[in-house]
Design a protein around this ligand. Structure first.
Ligand SMILES: NC(=O)c1ccc[n+]([C@@H]2O[C@H](COP(=O)([O-])OP(=O)(O)OC[C@H]3O[C@@H](n4cnc5c(N)ncnc54)[C@H](OP(=O)(O)O)[C@@H]3O)[C@@H](O)[C@H]2O)c1
Length: 438
């Protein structure tokens, strides 16, 4: 419980100043601010009602009135669509390029990012002030991609995500930037000022005037102090208000109760008390978690939050991103080599396709061109790989995934539909991609 702070005009002023500076500094040829990265449901010229059906799909009900021979008839059709465009700026992409890399290899970042974009990655995930990410190298890679005629993309064609690393409490992972004040000053800064400095630095590093997503980074699956996190979040919200940030999120959330209470517990506002929990105005749309057996692959309460499908689900806008898919406890899928070979895939591709059918976003940070190509191919045909729910279930068992409670099925579906087994009936699943790479 914390005392709700008053609106800090000083903070708002800083937000505006940083916005103006970013607009001046962005040396990017294509830096116009695009509209928020959401994808709307189908539109038709007839009467259309859109209903959010699940965390990764929307159902569009179209009513068509036809009058024939004086008799009026009405036809109602419902279509389910997923909003997971690969070559677009949706925050629900099946695949994103992660720029984490060891310190000694960070000179490769610019080249890797340019190459990843050239190969088809459109969602780039990096992290500011993080010792394993070279954010300014990412900016160079982006710049090179914009000016490379073979790539032919602009800022608006990408989904750029970076993160906020609190300066204190992360001794080994925090990376001071050359433009920052001395470390002694950084360590005594308020968390609000840390956020301002970080956003300013990220905008400059990434040569952009806006960020598609900004994530609060929790290290090693341990949540940062909630009170401090919420103070930081308040500043995040000001940048959303200004249109500088489009989506907010956080990493490593494995405690469903904490998540609910911190971000969604609207019952806490009791006017008879002076101390109320600060409830964020803008709720997270992205959670970045490990795909790992030591957290039960989030089967259970967290999965309910990530993938609950009840009507008007308050978490329906959440998208889960996964790291440690290929280098975690699932062994890069190597236990499934036989099945992968049968399907004409590599074990890594089969594992990625499984996670994608769960409607989750796979973060991969490959340095290898062939792997980039393979990852892109699977992001386009993951919904054709598994033949049935049974096959997907068997695969999850072999992965060591905690099994779903009786009567519950795995999130997503074998054929990529958001609403469970067989929801896209014209896509029976061929069981393989046409080629290992395009
Ligand atoms: N929030 C957090 O705490 C956190 C922690 C870790 C990572 N992340 C995010 O997640 C991103 C991914 O990191 P990660 O730790 O999951 O691992 P990663 O850096 O993606 O590494 C995965 C491994 O998979 C290999 N690989 C990729 N595609 C392959 C393919 N098609 N076939 C075979 N091998 C393939 C890569 O090797 P090659 O280079 O040889 O292809 C690499 O050894 C990071 O960049 C970061 O954005 C977040």
């Amino acid at each position: 419980m914390i005392v709700e702070s008053k609106n800090n005009n000083n903070n708002v002023k800083k937000t505006e100043e940083i916005a103006a500076a970013a607009a001046d500094e962005a040396a990017v040829s294509s830096s116009s601010i695009s509209s928020p990265a959401t994808t709307s449901a189908n539109n038709t010229s007839t009467s259309t009602t859109s209903v959010s059906a699940s965390s990764a799909s929307s159902a569009t009900t179209t009513t068509t009135a036809v009058t024939t021979g004086g008799v009026a008839t009405t036809t109602t059709t419902t279509t389910t669509t997923t909003d997971r465009g690969v070559a677009g700026v949706s925050y629900r992409t099946p695949l994103a390029y992660g720029t984490k890399i060891s310190g000694k290899d960070q000179s490769k970042t610019a080249y890797n990012v340019e190459t990843a974009i050239q190969e088809g990655f459109r969602h780039i995930v990096t992290c500011g002030h993080h010792s394993s990410n070279n954010e300014s190298g990412v900016g160079m890679g982006l710049q090179n991609a914009y000016t490379n005629n073979n790539v032919g993309i602009e800022r608006k064609d990408l989904f750029l995500q970076t993160c906020f690393v609190p300066f204190t409490g992360n001794k080994h992972d925090f990376l001071r930037q050359s433009s920052d004040p001395p470390e002694i000053e950084l360590l005594t800064m308020s968390i609000e000022d840390q956020v301002h400095l970080s956003i300013k630095t990220s905008l400059r590093n990434l040569k952009t005037t806006y960020l598609d997503a900004y994530i609060f980074h929790n290290f090693r699956a341990k949540l940062y102090d909630t009170n401090e996190m919420l103070k930081a979040w308040k500043v995040f919200e000001e940048y959303v208000d200004q249109g500088i940030i489009k989506h907010l999120g956080l990493t490593s959330v494995h405690n469903a109760k904490w998540f609910e209470k911190t971000f969604f517990n609207t019952n806490n506002n009791n006017s008879t008390t002076t101390t109320t929990q600060m409830i964020p105005r803008i709720t997270p749309t992205i959670i970045q978690n490990r795909f790992h057996s030591n957290r039960q692959y989030d089967v259970g309460a967290m999965q309910e939050i990530f993938h609950g499908t009840t009507t008007n689900n308050k978490y329906s806008k959440l998208q889960i991103q996964r790291f440690w898919i290929l280098n975690g406890s699932s062994g890069g899928g190597r236990f499934h080599t036989e099945l992968a070979t049968k399907k004409g895939l590599s074990a890594a591709q089969l594992l990625l396709s499984f996670v994608m059918t769960q409607q989750e976003t796979c973060l991969v940070g490959t340095n290898n061109l062939q792997h980039m190509k393979e990852d892109i191919v699977i992001s386009k045909c993951y919904h054709t790989i598994f033949h049935s729910e049974q096959e997907r279930n068997d695969y999850s068992k072999k992965l060591g995934m905690k099994q779903q409670p009786v009567g519950k099925q795995l999130p997503g579906s074998y054929n990529g539909g958001g609403g469970g087994s067989g929801s896209i009936s014209d896509n029976p699943g061929s069981g393989s991609c046409n080629a290992t790479t395009e």
